[in-house]
Design a binder for this molecule. Sequence first.
Ligand SMILES: [Zn+2]
Length: 288
Amino acid sequence: MHIHAIQTGTVAVRSRQREGHGHGALRLVNTLRDDRWTEPLPILAWLIEHPEGLIVVDTGETSRAEEEGYFPAWHPYYRLGLREWVRAEQEIGPQIERLGFSTGDVRRVVLTHLHTDHAGGIHHFPDSEILVSRTELEHASGTLGKLRGYLPHRWPDWFSPTPVDFDGTAFGPIGAAQPLTAAGDIVLVSTPGHTPGHMSVAVDLGEQLVILAGDASYTQQLMLDGTADGVTNDPGTATATLAALRSIAESRPTVYLPSHDPHSQERLVTLTEAPADRAAALTAPGVW
Ligand SMILES: [Zn+2]
């Protein structure tokens, strides 16, 4: 099994989106009123070469994000809270082809959640089975979905994902999970908080566990610190998820890879592909 990181451009958000501040609805107000921006952060997706077929986790952003009018101007988040830079050749489809694979050979696409920078490349996978948690799909659909900041009107006409309900499999302290592969080495894990139906993907490489964490936290450090982000409407659930992820990471060597952590790509390579460097990295506190 091999995991490729695919960076589909960059995104900047208000600093308080990455690290939330305040209580209740004030968190989002604080985020949008923040006059500081993060540096441009990677928008990551993942391609897993698995004996049961190619698996994609998240689809990144579309280059249409730079078109005038692509995002709804009436929505305060898009007006105040988001900047993105994506070129056509940075979309996930062309990048998979450049890696020597065909998007038509991707058997399954897992979406950690349906925010635009994770669902913006769905159109590259008309022939793949697409999996989203049922809670996320319901939360993101229709007018309410639009008000919540999703772009359901941008989903392809054929978009009809397989809803994931989680079959009661436990994954460490997390009671809602479901194996994705027949081999059981890739597991979908419910990690609500950033959104109510957010899920992460746990990949068991034997020697270490890789967690493709989506936006469960924006960086590894924020997971270790248990700091909820500034867009969740449920910081209590978010911090409980972060505590559960931390407890998993403390139970065995774990490579934790959020979608917008500037160090995710480096950690993936260092900790899964370069054993000599890994030994050194293991001695650094907070790496696992
Ligand atoms: Zn998100």
